[in-house]
Write a protein that binds this ligand. Structure first.
Ligand code: HSE
Length: 310
């Protein structure tokens, strides 16, 4: 491979998806980060960062998600070389669209390719999750798992680590709306309750289990009924102005369900591609934010593949 540059596309992801806090994740076909890298004799160097929010991303390789994750893969794979990386952000940090997860997963996957894919993918995911732990304060793999594996993923257990993957239904469409407000995951985790009433636990177990069943069986109506969160989204709702109005607008325009993406502020909507137009939902959600003086980017997207070489 010599000093040939290779390029990895690392997709946006949505996590939690109702009742699956730190557990469920889904890869989104666009937008994505592009991580470029090549072998160097030793060390880890970041030579370029561009794209939305790049000005606030550290070039210190010991503190950047891409290089922390890549270094962990190099270490575990016993590599005798270093890496130079260029980071092209397509996913704005603080969006709830798995921006730090895409950086971490892209960096880990880049190192995985450069080390001739020695590690099992579950270990590559763990390397990326350790970088998430560094940036958000708590190790969580619900963004990096779908970012690497694609599809809908379930973290069955963190210790020992086990991740499962399900193909989402082909007619499941996604609308992603990103209002012009930044919510860092580390901050959004500070507002969460430390204890959960048993009745809320029962609600989450039932909804989480039925979402997995619905994904497996391609039952979009049941997906709609299964995505609900009585603990985490309510605790964070005050961080995202007009969240409830945006979700209602999505529902009035054909979404099967609308919910907070990850730790926010992005608002997600699922819809049936065979019967509805995502553009109507996207326009309606965007209008809620625009009418309240906020900019909002929207993507009419679909479920995506994991990290890939391009
Ligand atoms: N599960 C994490 C959280 C995802 O909600 O804090 C952060 O993107």
């Amino acid at each position: 491979m010599g000093d040939e540059w290779i390029k990895i596309a690392a997709p946006a992801t949505t996590s939690n998806i109702g009742a699956g806090f730190d557990t469920f994740g889904l890869a989104i076909s666009q937008p994505c980060d592009i991580i470029e890298g090549r072998k160097i004799p030793s060390g880890i160097v970041i030579s370029e960062i561009d794209g939305p929010g790049a000005e606030n991303i550290t070039r210190d390789a010991s503190a950047n998600s891409v290089t922390i994750a890549a270094a962990e893969v190099l270490k575990r794979a016993g590599a005798d070389f270093g890496i130079e990386v260029k980071i092209h952000k397509g996913i704005r940090p603080g969006s709830g669209m798995g921006s730090s997860g895409a950086s971490a997963a892209g960096g880990a996957y880049l190192a995985h390719v450069l080390t001739d894919e020695k590690l099992p993918l579950s270990e590559v995911i763990l390397c990326a999750a350790s970088a998430e732990g560094y940036t958000s304060g708590t190790m969580h793999a619900d963004n990096v798992a779908p970012c690497i594996l694609g599809g809908f993923t379930i973290i069955r257990s963190y210790e020992p680590f086990e991740v499962l993957r399900v193909d989402p239904p082909a007619n499941l469409g996604l609308v992603v709306a990103l209002p012009d407000v930044v919510v860092m995951t580390s901050e959004a985790r500070k507002v969460l309750p430390h204890e959960v009433p048993v009745k809320d636990l029962v609600f989450h177990v039932g909804h989480a289990a039925s979402l997995v069943y619905a994904m497996e069986h391609g039952d979009l109506d049941l997906i709609g009924r299964s995505v609900a969160d009585v603990v985490f989204e309510p605790a964070r709702a005050h961080l995202i102005p007009h969240l409830k109005e945006a979700e209602s607008a999505a529902m009035s325009n054909g979404a099967i369900v609308s919910f907070l993406g990850g730790s926010g502020p992005c608002v997600m909507a699922f819809y049936d591609k065979s019967t509805h137009k995502g553009e109507h939902i996207a326009d309606a959600v965007k209008k809620v934010f625009n009418d309240n003086g906020m900019d909002c980017d929207v993507w009419v997207s679909e479920c995506g593949t994991g990290c890939r070489r391009i």
